[in-house]
Design a protein around this ligand. Structure first.
Ligand SMILES: [Zn+2]
Length: 84
């Protein structure tokens, strides 16, 4: 995992853009909150400005979009339980 991707995931957790399932810990879900996604981007761009992170704005956008593709918006375990 690249540093940029790891920082993107941290930022997404920090802003609530991704959240843990209420029932299943360690299952992280896309909160479908565009505002929180933008806040996460702002966190990363601030790190770029502080020279803590070396990335272009495009790379930050891509890292956030790419990170979000790894999180479903519904917990698979909860969905399975609903089928019982
Ligand atoms: Zn769940």
């Amino acid at each position: 995992m690249s540093t940029l991707r790891a920082l993107a995931i941290d930022a997404l957790k920090e802003t609530g853009a991704i959240k843990e399932c209420d029932v299943h810990t360690d299952v992280w879900l896309d909160n479908l909150d565009v505002g929180a996604n933008e806040e996460a981007k702002a966190i990363l761009m601030a790190q770029v400005q502080n020279e803590f992170l070396v990335a272009t704005e495009d790379e930050v956008d891509q890292a956030i979009a790419e990170a979000l593709t790894h999180y479903p918006d519904e917990c698979g375990y909860c969905t399975d339980n609903m089928l019982d």
